[in-house]
Design a protein around this ligand. Structure first.
Ligand code: HPA
Ligand code: ZN
Length: 331
């Protein structure tokens, strides 16, 4: 069989993808028109150019501008439904999807509408395809000019007040440099007290220290990216022995400039070191990728065998927060 047939036949789980970073080009353009948002490109070609990021901070700037097209409950329902259906079409059976309620609340979108929308989209996609998705509410780390402890506290409040059964975890994303993780310790403690899992981004744009802090201060159950863990052999040992998984997204790392090219991507080394890892898409349309493409890159550009790639797909099931019987059913 071809690589494509091999990848398509693999039942997959996605553990690291952002709802707001999953807007299809046509959806961005349509919502920008509907709401008359005028600082967004107006053609797909211009949008692709807009998504050529100079560096990680440039990516974050574009991200914060793009989300302005999301204005009401219907927009969030549409985005959640489209995102889940897009995953289902790639033979993804289950996904844990980040979204960042604070950045919508701060723009004046009623928080009830954000949650009502994403929950409606989630239910519609489940009814249509049986794909099961869960939410990870993400704290936007390093919002310029914001009181970060307040932002973190608010995000946990939203998750526990409006999340219903859809929210399974708390995360922190955005900038890492200049945003020490320990300041989020109280917010993560409150979230964990409420039964949420801890899935911070760390070791993407800053070094091993951020990953250590995420383990020791935020009780990380998994780490978003974490590729810079390789800077510290003691940290690699900790991840391996305590079985703390890294959610790795190769194309994201290339497009934000934190890794130079596929040939120098650390995923094969992490696997060789025995660190638990899975393969993920992060912000697929913004990075010109899909989860399917990430699996194809793993085969063709990272030099992983089909057996290893199949193990990565099974690893994502194991690293998910599904119950043991649900995991069993997916393997
Ligand atoms: N890292 C940090 N913040 C983000 C990302 C990411 O990969 N995607 C969307 N927000
Ligand atoms: Zn991410």
């Amino acid at each position: 069989v071809s690589d494509e047939q091999f990848v398509d036949a693999l039942p997959k789980v996605e553990l690291h993808v952002h709802l707001e970073g999953s807007m299809l080009p046509g959806t961005v353009l349509a919502l920008a028109r509907r709401h008359q948002v005028d600082d967004i490109p107006t053609t797909e070609a211009a949008l692709r150019e807009w998504y050529a990021f100079k560096d990680f901070n440039h990516f974050l700037e574009v991200y914060r501008t793009a989300v302005k097209v999301l204005r009401d409950e219907d927009d969030f329902a549409l985005l959640a439904r489209e995102t889940a259906l897009g995953l289902a079409a790639q033979n993804v059976r289950y996904a844990e999807i980040y979204f960042t309620p604070y950045i919508h609340a701060m723009r004046g979108v009623p928080i009830e509408d954000v949650f009502a929308g994403v929950e409606r989209g989630r239910a519609e996609a489940y009814a249509a395809t049986g794909i099961d998705i869960r939410w990870i509410t993400d704290i936007p780390g390093g919002l310029p000019g914001a009181d970060m402890r307040m932002v973190a506290e608010r995000t946990v409040e939203y998750a526990t007040t409006y999340g219903g059964t859809g929210v399974i975890g708390i995360g922190v994303g955005g900038a890492e440099v200049g945003v020490p993780r320990p300041q989020f310790a109280e917010a993560f403690a409150a979230a964990r007290q409420a039964g949420l899992r801890s899935i911070p981004h760390a070791g993407e744009t800053s070094g091993a220290r951020t990953v250590w802090d995420s383990i020791e201060h935020l009780g990380a159950d998994r780490i978003g990216h974490g590729i810079r863990s390789l800077d510290d052999p003691a940290l690699i040992e900790r991840l391996r022995t305590d079985r703390i998984p890294l959610d790795v997204s190769p194309t994201s790392n290339l497009r934000t400039g934190v890794v130079a090219d596929y040939a120098s991507h650390p995923l094969p080394t992490l696997i060789a070191e025995g660190v638990p890892v899975s393969l993920n898409s992060d912000d697929p349309p913004m990075f010109g990728t899909t989860l399917r493409d990430e699996y194809l890159h793993a085969l063709r550009d990272l030099g992983l065998s089909r057996a290893t790639v199949a193990e990565l797909a099974a690893a994502a099931v194991h690293h998910s927060f599904l119950t043991p019987d649900r995991k069993e059913a997916l393997l």
